[in-house]
Design a protein around this ligand. Structure first.
Ligand SMILES: N[C@@H](CCC(=O)N[C@@H](CS)C(=O)NCC(=O)O)C(=O)O
Ligand SMILES: [Fe+2]
Length: 361
């Protein structure tokens, strides 16, 4: 067997390389995007073909290398289907088994709690627990849909039921400890040993940790396997060309879809309709945008709260009345118009070009 434990000092992340020496097929677990060249060299040095790049979850503290590894090696990216990483080639289910060559089996064990998509991987005598179980600790549960009670169940029912001598290889260790085992964690992990579910939840709800330094860039990037905006376009197109796979929609797609069902009017026509009177003008932008300038007599209902504000807006009580919607450039108002039509409004118009075009005119 070929096995390596790699460490990213910046984020205290462990990455694992597993390979079958006969077929030369290899897999990474949780590769980090700042080490891609080193990974490629390592694969070359060991004469390995990367077959899979697994994520234990959609990480909040670093960006994955999986999307780029896919581009450079053809490896398949694998994330649990609850992870929200639509671009991943394989949407993992609990119990899925992945083969390297004919003998090496990697089995996915669903261990949610740190996030809803967390998965551990069992290979031979060892389990890669990601952030579900650390040495003497566990991943936090205070963001990304985390749940302390779910994590308690995952640890006690899925991980602690493995053989005591199963080696535990975590996703991080903030003191650079490298390996533990199930028996040791069951007996000595301070969050779990001798603790009830309620005590565990109490501990987890009072950690008061600062949020990870890189969370705001990591989570959105990792939903796209770590690819940046430019790299995504190709990957999304490739994915959408596969007729079997669910389509990945972008905001632009949603706007185009909405535009097929609504009526749009230009600024000139809008001015004419306003002059004729008897039309409700709705600004669908955010409050700060409205404050910086608006079309006279328009009422502000930001797109995000439209569905909920409508019934308490007296001007919109009559669903047959003419309504002119605008935003900054015409996209949000198109979506808002489609929504209002779904809610039964029969005379809704969206202003093309939005307030920008209005100002220019
Ligand atoms: N200081 C680190 C904290 C990272 C962090 O919050 N890590 C998560 C896993 S993604 C965790 O569960 N940490 C547990 C802990 O710090 O005890 C950073 O900014 O990146
Ligand atoms: Fe994490």
């Amino acid at each position: 067997m070929i096995f390596k434990q790699l460490f990213d000092k910046q984020t205290w992340t462990y990455t694992y390389l597993i390979a079958d020496p006969i077929s030369k097929e290899a897999a990474f677990i949780d590769p980090v995007n700042t080490h891609i060249d080193a990974y490629i060299s390592l694969l070359a040095e060991l004469n390995l073909k990367l077959k899979y790049s697994f994520e234990t979850h959609v990480h909040a503290d670093h960006i994955t290398a999986s999307g780029i590894l896919r581009q450079r090696t053809g490896a398949q990216t694998c994330v649990h289907h609850q992870g929200g990483a639509q671009l991943a080639d394989i949407q993992i289910n609990d119990g899925d088994v992945f083969m390297l060559g004919t003998t090496e089996q990697i089995k996915a064990i669903y261990t949610p709690g740190h996030t809803p998509g967390c998965t551990s991987y069992l290979w031979r005598d060892r389990i890669f627990t990601g952030d579900s179980l650390f040495i003497g600790g566990c991943g936090r549960t205070d963001f990304q849909g985390g749940s302390a009670s779910t994590l308690y169940d995952s640890i006690t029912q899925r991980l602690f039921t493995l053989a005591d001598d199963t080696l535990v290889y975590p996703g991080h260790d903030y003191q650079e400890r490298r390996v533990s085992n199930i028996g040791q964690e069951r007996l000595t992990n301070p969050r779990l040993a001798g603790k009830t579910r309620e005590q565990f939840i109490e501990i987890m709800n009072n950690l008061n940790l600062p949020k990870p330094r890189l969370i705001d860039e990591s989570v959105p990037a990792n939903r796209y396997c770590g690819l940046d905006e430019n790299e995504r376009q190709d990957a999304v197109a490739r994915r959408n060309a596969d007729s079997e796979a669910p389509k990945i929609l972008t905001a632009k797609d949603l706007v185009l879809e909405a535009q097929k069902t609504i009526t749009e009017v230009n600024v000139e026509k809008s001015k004419q309709l306003i002059a004729e009177g008897n039309i409700v003008i709705v600004d669908t932008r955010e409050e700060s945008e409205h404050a910086a300038g608006f079309i006279p007599n328009s009422i502000l209902i930001p797109r995000g709260v439209l569905e909920f504000r409508i019934s308490s807006t007296p001007e919109l009580a009559d669903k047959s009345k003419a309504v002119l919607l605008y935003c900054r450039s015409g996209n949000r108002s198109a979506l808002a118009a489609a929504t209002m039509q779904q809610l039964g409004y029969t005379n809704v118009l969206s202003m093309v070009g939005g307030y920008e075009a209005w100002k220019t005119a």
